[in-house]
Design a protein around this ligand. Structure first.
Ligand SMILES: Cc1cc2nc3c(=O)[nH]c(=O)nc-3n(C[C@H](O)[C@H](O)[C@H](O)COP(=O)(O)O)c2cc1C
Length: 308
């Protein structure tokens, strides 16, 4: 087996694969990904208040991926932070854990980080990518340079030494510029990116949308070329490392996204399509490729598609 280990913001991962936020909903259930051998785990996004989520059905698989309208269903920060603390105690030593936080307001993001930072997770990820998220001025956070940077600046004052990851939306015209404003504001890494869309699928027999919420974010193999372009643009714009996600399903995708500029690779929807064994499959196949072409460490190929 080739050496698949990767260092990201000074933290060592045994392999580059990360479970993205929300793929598993309940905090204790995230252990399934650890048992499956993933390199790092992002927990389901927590919000200030408990959220029930959208009406069922919330998930719909289709030929090229999936639509979801989970609507940030979670227990809220009070109960959620206790679950997070317990999870970190059990698994935080063996596997890097990323705590995902979501808000629609800058001030609330600060409160959430203040609540989580004392538990000392390896990373805090700010989900800046929901199109329904606005700052005090009504601008969607993460969709506009100034707004995303404002959140990072505010949060960095209370985040102690915990690296802050900015998770962006692909639904923007200049993702590189937004990533740059996050870097300038002090973000330690960029996560690119969240679901694309929203999309809609209509049942032609029932003559109505399949999701209870009618529309939902699109993930899985169909959006992979968008992810590649986002990561490529971000790599051109910033120096901080990138955790890429959005449609990665097979070993060729892993190599492609790393040469576009990713250091870590999120694999989410593929676990719905192939099961948790996808992590073992990717580790085996990427390792075989590395040995075949003589790659000693994945860091040697990060971003090599640039300049060609
Ligand atoms: C069912 C489901 C729930 C999700 N929930 C969240 C969430 O709570 N927070 C978040 O930042 N992203 C959420 N996402 C987006 C994923 O973290 C990821 O960015 C996206 O699915 C693209 O990666 P993939 O194609 O490998 O799944 C969710 C995705 C799915 C499919």
């Amino acid at each position: 087996m080739a050496d698949l280990s990767v260092t990201f913001c000074g933290v060592k991962f045994s392999n580059p694969f990360v479970l993205p936020s929300g793929i598993i909903t309940e905090i204790p259930e995230h252990k399934k990904a650890i048992e499956a051998g993933v390199g790092g785990v992002t927990l389901k996004s927590l919000t200030k208040e408990r959220r029930e989520g959208n009406p069922l059905p919330r998930i719909w698989k289709y030929e090229y991926g999936m639509l979801n309208s989970v609507g940030l269903r979670n227990a809220g920060i009070e109960k959620g932070s206790q679950e997070v603390a317990h999870f970190l105690k059990l698994y935080g030593k063996e596997t890097p854990i990323i705590i995902s936080l979501f808000s629609t307001r800058v001030i609330e993001f600060v409160e959430l980080v203040e609540k989580i930072a004392p538990f000392n997770p390896q990373f805090i990820e700010l989900n800046l990518s929901c199109p329904n998220t606005v700052d005090e001025l009504g601008t969607a956070l993460g969709m506009e340079e100034g707004a995303a940077g404002k959140v990072i600046t505010a949060v960095k004052k209370v985040s102690r030494k915990i690296p802050i990851l900015a998770k962006l939306s692909p639904n923007v015209t200049e993702i590189g510029e937004i990533a740059k404003s996050c870097e300038d504001a002090g973000a330690d890494a960029i996560v690119a990116s969240n679901t694309f869309g929203p999309g809609m699928i209509i049942d032609i027999h029932k003559k109505k949308p399949v999701l209870g919420n009618k529309e939902g974010g699109v993930s899985g193999p169909g959006i992979f070329p968008i992810t590649v372009r986002c990561v490529y643009d971000i790599y051109e714009a910033v120096k901080i490392p990138i955790l890429a996600m959005g449609g990665v399903t097979k070993w060729q995708d892993v190599i492609e996204i790393i040469i576009a500029g990713a250091t870590l690779v999120g694999v989410g929807t593929a676990t719905y399509l192939k099961g948790m064994k996808v992590y073992d499959e990717l580790k085996r196949d990427v390792s075989t490729y590395m040995e075949k072409v003589g790659i000693k460490n994945l860091k040697d190929i990060v971003g090599v598609a640039h300049g060609n």
